[in-house]
Each structure stands twice: as C-alpha cells, then as structure tokens.
Design a protein around this ligand. Structure first.
Ligand SMILES: O=C1O[C@H](COP(=O)(O)O)[C@@H](O)[C@H](O)[C@H]1O
Length: 331
C-alpha cells in the first residue's frame, strides 16, 4: 500500500503533498499554490479526488489525484453558501457536506463524476456549526452546533436533501461545545470531541427510531492543567483500538484505548505536539499519527506504540504557514 499525506496551510495558501513511507518518513512530492485560503480537506471515497474548502471567496475546489505519486491537478470548483469550516462526503461519493461556523449552516453539494456541481440543500440555524459526519451506513448525518451544545441528526435523502430525524438532535452538557467526530468501525459508537471543555463524549448509536445515548464523558486534559480548554480534532485507528484528540492551548495529543465493543474509553497518556494543533490524522495502516501546528508551521509524524497506543516522534517537517488540516490517502 502506498500512502500520500496532504497538509493545508491557509496563511501561505498552499497544499503540501508528501509520500509516507513504511518507516514513517516523509518525502515532499509537490507544493500546490491554492487560489485562496485553504482549510478543510477530504478525499473522495474512490480516492481519485481531493476536495478542499477555500475562502474568502467561499468554494470547494476539486483536485484530481495522480494514482502513482498522489500529485494534484486542478479539476473543478463550485461555490459554497458560507465559509467552509469542515467538509466531508457521503460514502457513495454523490454528495459533499460543508459545515460553516460563521454562517451557522450545513450545505450539501452534488458531485457528478467526482466534480462538485452545485448546492442542493442548506440547513441554517446551526450556531457554531463545526462539522458534518455521515454514519458508516450512510444514513445519518451528525452535525455538531458548537454554540448550542447540540448535535443535529439528519437523514440524507437520495437527492441530497437533509431531513431532520426524530429525535432531531442530541445534546451535550452546557458549555461543552461539540466540534469534530469519529465513528467506531463496528458502527455502534460515535465519539465527539468538545472544544470548550476539552472532553470526549461516547455516543451509543441504536435503532434509527430509538434512543441515542451518551454512555461516557471523559476529561481529555492532564490532571494538572489549569489553562483555557481549547480542543479541536479527533481520530480513531482503522482497527478501532485507539482514539486520539488534540487541545490547542496545551499543544497536546491525548491517547485513549477503546474497549473491544467500542463503548469504553480510557486515557493512556499525553503527547506534547506541535504548537496549537488544530488538525491531525491517523494513517491507513494504523501505524502513524500526523499532526500540524498552526503556530509552529510544522508537520510531526508519530509512531503508534503497543497496546496503549502511546506515541513516539519519528520526524517533523516544515510546511506552509498556519497549517490546519491533514488528510491521508491510500492507493
Ligand atoms: O475552532 C475554531 O473554529 C471557529 C471557526 O473557524 P473558521 O476557521 O471556520 O472561521 C473559530 O472561529 C473559533 O475561534 C475556533 O476555536
């Protein structure tokens, strides 16, 4: 398996394309100058396109991915109704979702033959909308509205419309600020990192018409931490054994193990990382974590070690200015 890593740096308006080698080393393949401040990124389910959200002219740009070395070529673009804070796709590759914090909305863009062609739905009134997360069965879109301490639940219709479910939302404790999510591969549990109190909620997914319950809430900060909590991102290993989160004030990655059935998390340790980590990811082999520092302008690679999933730094690399997002493609 070959892997390519993409980092987005909005201040220098660049995407860096890296080959990730088996030993965790990176070599630079390409630096793409993006026409705008590039923030969120996602790879199409068929692995042929990288979609990126750009501002101040709000749009999604599609880059074709070269199958051999992962290099990017501009392929198309489409306007978005608000600043793209987060983008993702459904699993069929027919729709792209964009959560907009500043516009308090989530939008759905139709994809045709991999290219974005236009917005087909917008849901407003989602204050602090921070991400859109489709369940592994492609049925339900979970959309955290950070400023409302709720995660809205929508059914994705065949024509890309978002239909509020019953119940239409789940709520966190007051002041948590739900932000980003990950799903367990067994499809029974979702994990949400809460920005404002740096905690993680474990959501038990049930029958679509039944109750969805928060079965555990964990503090992700070291016990002696006294600063302002400012969590950002969350990722799970492909085998569902380890979960990682990041906090920007402390520049820390928190390491969790996950119980066999996905229901119980346990904090295993804290990894100091790049300054102000807003985005990170796990590679497809489940061997490496890659994190960028918005204030260090570097990408660090960590090897996942042993049963606890603790991290050991393998190298760090200068990227563009203000890096925010990391995605990994396997081809
Ligand atoms: O994490 C955060 O995100 C919001 C929205 O970010 P944007 O890049 O879409 O403008 C930001 O305003 C907030 O301060 C920050 O904590």
């Amino acid at each position: 398996m070959k892997q390519t890593v993409y980092t987005a740096s909005p201040e220098s308006q660049q995407i860096h394309v890296w080959s990730l080698h088996q030993d965790g080393k990176l070599t630079l393949v390409q630096v793409v100058d993006v026409p705008g401040q590039v923030q969120p990124m996602v790879i199409s389910p068929d692995k042929q396109y990288l979609y990126v959200g750009v501002r101040p002219e709000f749009r999604v740009i599609a880059y074709r991915i070269a199958p051999d070395d992962g290099a990017l070529t501009f392929a198309g673009e489409s306007a978005l109704p608000g600043s793209p804070t987060h983008i993702s796709t459904d699993h069929s590759g027919k729709f792209l979702f964009s959560g907009s914090y500043n516009q308090a909305s989530v939008s759905v863009t139709r994809l045709e033959e991999g290219l974005p062609v236009g917005v087909v739905d917008v849901v407003e009134g989602l204050d602090g909308c921070h991400s859109a997360n489709i369940t592994p069965d492609n049925r339900t879109l979970w959309v955290p509205a950070l400023k409302q301490d709720r995660i809205c639940l929508f059914t994705l219709s065949d024509d890309g419309k978002l239909v509020a479910q019953t119940p239409a939302e789940v709520t966190t404790v007051e002041g948590a600020g739900p932000r980003h999510m990950a799903f367990h591969p067994n499809q029974q549990y979702a994990y949400c990192v809460n920005e404002l109190n740096s905690s993680v909620d474990v959501w038990e997914l049930s029958d679509p018409h039944g109750e969805i319950e928060c079965v555990q809430t964990l503090d992700m900060m070291p016990p002696d931490f006294t600063g302002t909590r400012w969590a950002a991102d969350i990722h799970i290993t492909p085998d569902g054994r380890h979960l990682y989160t990041c906090d920007r004030t402390s520049s820390t990655l928190t390491v969790f193990t996950i119980s066999e059935d996905g229901s119980v998390l346990e904090v295993q340790g804290f990894q100091p990382t790049e300054t102000q980590p807003r985005g990170f990811n796990v590679d497809h082999s489940g061997k490496y974590v890659l994190a960028v520092g918005q204030k260090s302008h570097h990408l660090a690679v960590y090897e996942i070690k042993g049963e606890q999933g603790l991290l050991e730094e393998k190298g760090r690399y200068a990227v563009g200015q203000g890096p925010m997002w990391v995605v990994v493609n396997a081809h």
